[in-house]
Design a protein around this ligand. Structure first.
Ligand code: ASP
Length: 309
């Protein structure tokens, strides 16, 4: 049994571990861990008190994958409900669909009995307003939001996501991702977290992987699925992550500095890794040997050598 997550999953990992230790499923464990982070008011990149879009609306993306069946559920651009990971799970379990977006996702949350609430706090609203004023030189919102969004979208400073992967006592794998996406994003922008295979994937036969970082790139490169495919081809988690990230940094229109992407991976043997295109990032894990969740350093993807064409 093991549970693995992005560094910001640390606050929820022990809750996920308790589920596994009590004989619960990997699916229940990843959901439990992510819910803790979604509730955390100090994490402004996930769930309650997440940074909003350019209009000041918190829009949440999340997905969950059951590695035994490869069933998945997801919600995107959800407003007004704080546990998108649980709603994603209900999409998977109750609907003949995989992904609900926007007003439809909100309607489903209502049907499922989720409590509607304002997710933006006064403190985060102030940060949003300050960022907006800096980007728009103090003026009012322009009609061309697209201009403003370009100015204010620096993925390194305004984004984040929680990833959790787990393997339970029966060898079943599951994965979950949840985020408020890029702060000051264009309304309706959807990142990689709710896109199966892009930001999140699990398959009991090979392993599980999930991403944080520049979601548009993970969508273009199907990064989570690529990591799992690399493990399928026999690679351990770390080189599997490197192979998938290599696809991202090789995109011809994206400079290495702009290819900000971090992945975590877990294979069916319980081996795990975190790899990033940036130095100094971490991930976390917990096994039966650990008294509590542990932080570990992510390996860093080497910059391509320009002399090798
Ligand atoms: N991947 C997320 C997104 O693009 C943001 C992040 O993880 O930094 O929405």
């Amino acid at each position: 049994m093991i549970i693995v997550g992005s560094a910001n999953a640390l606050s929820g990992l022990d809750a996920g571990w308790e589920v596994l230790a009590a004989g619960g499923s990997a699916l229940d464990a990843v959901e439990a861990a992510v819910r803790v982070v979604e509730d955390d008011p100090d994490d402004h990149t996930v769930g309650f008190d997440g940074y909003p879009n350019v209009l000041g609306e918190v829009e949440l993306d999340a997905s969950i994958v059951d590695g035994s069946t490869r069933r998945t559920g997801a919600v995107a651009a959800l407003q007004g409900y704080r546990h998108p990971v649980s709603l994603a799970r209900l999409v998977m379990e109750r609907l003949p669909h995989v992904l609900l977006a926007g007003a439809g996702a909100g309607r489903f949350a209502e049907e499922c009995g989720f409590a509607r609430e304002e997710l933006l706090t006064e403190q985060t609203r102030a940060v949003w307003r300050a960022g907006l004023e800096a980007a728009s030189s103090g003026g009012s919102l322009p009609e061309q939001l697209s201009q403003l969004v370009r100015m204010s979208s620096d993925p390194e400073h305004v984004a984040g996501t929680v990833n959790v992967l787990a393997c339970d006592g029966s060898g079943r794998l599951a994965s979950a991702a949840s985020t408020s996406g890029w702060a000051w994003k264009y309304p309706g922008r959807v990142g990689d977290s709710p896109i199966a295979g892009a930001g999140n994937w699990a398959d009991d036969r090979y392993g599980a992987a999930a991403c944080t970082g520049f979601g548009e790139l993970a969508i273009r490169c199907s990064t989570a699925r690529s990591v799992v495919e690399a493990m399928r081809s026999g690679l351990p988690p770390e080189p599997a992550c490197e192979r998938a990230l290599r696809e991202v940094v090789d995109l011809p229109d994206v400079p290495f500095e702009g290819a900000i992407m971090h992945v975590v991976a877990l294979d069916r043997a319980g081996r795990h890794a975190g790899v990033s295109t940036r130095a100094g990032t971490q991930y976390c894990y917990r096994t039966a040997r650990d008294e509590r969740a542990q932080l570990a350093r992510r390996a860093v993807l080497e910059r391509p050598d320009p002399r090798r064409g």
